[in-house]
Design a binder for this molecule. Structure first.
Ligand code: TXA
Ligand code: MG
Length: 328
């Protein structure tokens, strides 16, 4: 377990959950805003605090993969295979819900998202609690997800009853969500587990949901994960010309790229290079917050290669750019 978090703090978190309170806790992906998944009032409070519409379902976090059958029914063999391979870890399975799942968690749907997170503090909390913890990312609806306890405090302030500080998240983007409630498994949201690895374990290619059937989920809305700043996604080859045009138009420009673009950094705010896809994911939300703090007009971003976790980073950047308030 994280040496910075005491057993007493984890016990306190468990007490708060048992009393129907809200606990922000670290996971390997992003911080979660947790409530007892079986306590309807507590779950409803998550929606109030986040400002999230009631029909956007929550993920149930459990401490032990073998508890899966308590939360889901008609579980296909592939779900157990994924659980064995990737849990604890950044993968959420969508399955048919059991009777244990309260309506507030799923917005009345007949499916439920379940995940065993890999952060030692989260696991210890979940194991001591014993039940399921319903948790979205611990940010206000539509905003950038938190990857440190400080981000949570800034975003949610006194609206959360207790914050467990387990240090910065190591993965940095949310879990991959794979829908196993349908005949052909589909990835609804790319995340910490690359789609290529899912396909390898499945023994056949897993597709990505492209809007063919209705799935309403906040992570699939175009303007989700948006910072305040206007984000523009550009290729490595375009960045010099685009920077010149924007700076020429009198705008305050920032750049986020995998590598150093030092020849441009005299005229613009160069955020620290994001590095390889793994590192890019780890620092992404922190950099978007830094961009907001720098009062930029436009943030130009060069995404990583779209393989493995790079696909998740690219997805979040494109969604952040969906909110562009273009002034040129
Ligand atoms: O990494 C993560 O998944 C983080 C940490 C805290 O575990 N959680 C997270 O939760 O990102 P949230 O609520 O911000 O995003 C969960 C996504 C939403 O897009 C939600 O609509 C979708 O999961 N989801 C949950 N249950 C679902 C269901 N039954 N069917 C379809 N989508 C579902
Ligand atoms: Mg979220």
């Amino acid at each position: 377990m994280d040496p910075a978090v005491s057993v007493a703090e984890i016990e306190r978190a468990v007490e708060v959950l048992r009393a129907g309170g809200l606990v922000a806790f670290p996971t390997e992906t992003v911080y979660g805003l947790g409530a007892d998944a079986s306590h309807t009032d507590a779950v409803n409070r998550i929606f109030t605090v986040k400002g999230r519409p009631a029909d956007h379902p929550l993920i149930v976090h459990i401490g032990d993969p073998t508890d899966l059958d308590e939360w889901a029914v008609d579980v296909p063999e592939i779900a157990y295979r994924f659980a064995r391979e990737f849990w604890p870890g950044p993968l959420t399975l969508i399955l048919r819900r059991s009777e244990r799942v309260v309506d507030a968690v799923t917005g009345g749907r007949d499916t439920v998202g379940v995940r065993v997170p890999a952060h030692p503090v989260a696991l210890e909390m979940l194991r001591r609690f014993g039940g399921g913890v319903a948790a979205p990312s611990a940010n206000r609806f539509g905003r950038v997800s938190p990857t440190t306890a400080e981000h949570v405090r800034v975003d949610l302030g006194g609206d959360v009853d207790f914050v467990l500080d387990g240090g910065p998240c190591t993965v940095g983007v949310e879990s991959t969500i794979v829908d196993l409630s349908v005949a052909e498994p589909e990835v609804l949201r790319p995340g910490g587990v690359g789609i290529e690895r899912l396909s390898t374990v499945a023994g056949h290619p897993i597709g990505r949901w492209t809007g063919g059937r209705e799935v309403t989920a906040p992570g699939t809305l175009p303007s989700h994960y948006a910072p305040e700043v206007s984000v523009e996604v550009v290729g490595h080859d375009e960045i010099a010309a685009r920077t010149t045009a924007l700076v020429g138009a009198g705008l305050r420009v920032g750049i986020l790229a995998p590598d150093v673009v030092s020849d441009l950094c005299d005229d613009v705010v160069c955020l620290a290079p994001a590095g390889d896809p793994q590192n890019y994911a780890r620092v992404l939300y922190q950099r978007l917050r830094e961009a907001d703090a720098s009062s930029l007009d436009v943030l130009l971003v060069v995404p990583p290669e779209p393989t493995g976790i790079g696909a998740a980073v690219r997805d979040r950047l494109v969604r952040a750019a969906g909110k562009v308030r273009r002034n040129t």
